[in-house]
Design a protein around this ligand. Structure first.
Ligand code: 2BA
Length: 109
């Protein structure tokens, strides 16, 4: 068995969960935030049999796609008085960030 930890954008979660649940896979949804943008995203945990891993990854690839997010961070401006002006930067986010781990034991009691 494998554990897939998938960090996905909130906008893609409903469609992805609908698809994986219909396919008979199990998932756990965790609310999370990215360290860089500090904005909300979703972390999904999938415990999946090895022979179904590729089909799960295919669903994630099909549904989760890259978007541009605007990061507004204060930039210092040199002048007689220290001033900060917001400087918007476009950052590409997603499709999905995936970690695939071996599961030593899977137990449901
Ligand atoms: P965030 O940390 O909020 O990052 C959002 C996007 O900002 C990233 O998209 C990437 O394009 C950019 N970014 C992140 N760190 C950067 C840096 N130091 N310099 C320049 N640009 C940077 P994704 O790569 O698609 O990542 C989306 C989310 O996936 C991340 O949100 C984070 O929550 C998670 N993530 C990505 N890589 C990770 C890792 N190695 N470990 C844990 N979580 C990760």
């Amino acid at each position: 068995m494998k554990m897939v930890i998938a960090i996905v954008q909130d906008k893609d979660v409903s469609k992805l969960l609908e698809c994986v649940i219909q396919a008979g896979l199990r998932a756990t949804r965790l609310a999370s935030s990215g360290g860089f943008l500090r904005s909300g995203n979703t972390t999904l945990l999938f415990g999946v049999e090895e022979q179904r891993l590729e089909s799960l990854l295919a669903m994630i690839r099909e549904i989760c796609y890259q978007r541009e997010e605007i990061l507004t961070q204060a930039q210092p401006v040199m002048g007689p008085i220290d001033t900060y002006i917001p400087f918007p930067i476009e950052v590409p986010v997603g499709g999905a960030t995936l970690f695939v781990l071996d599961v030593e034991q899977f137990i449901r009691v």
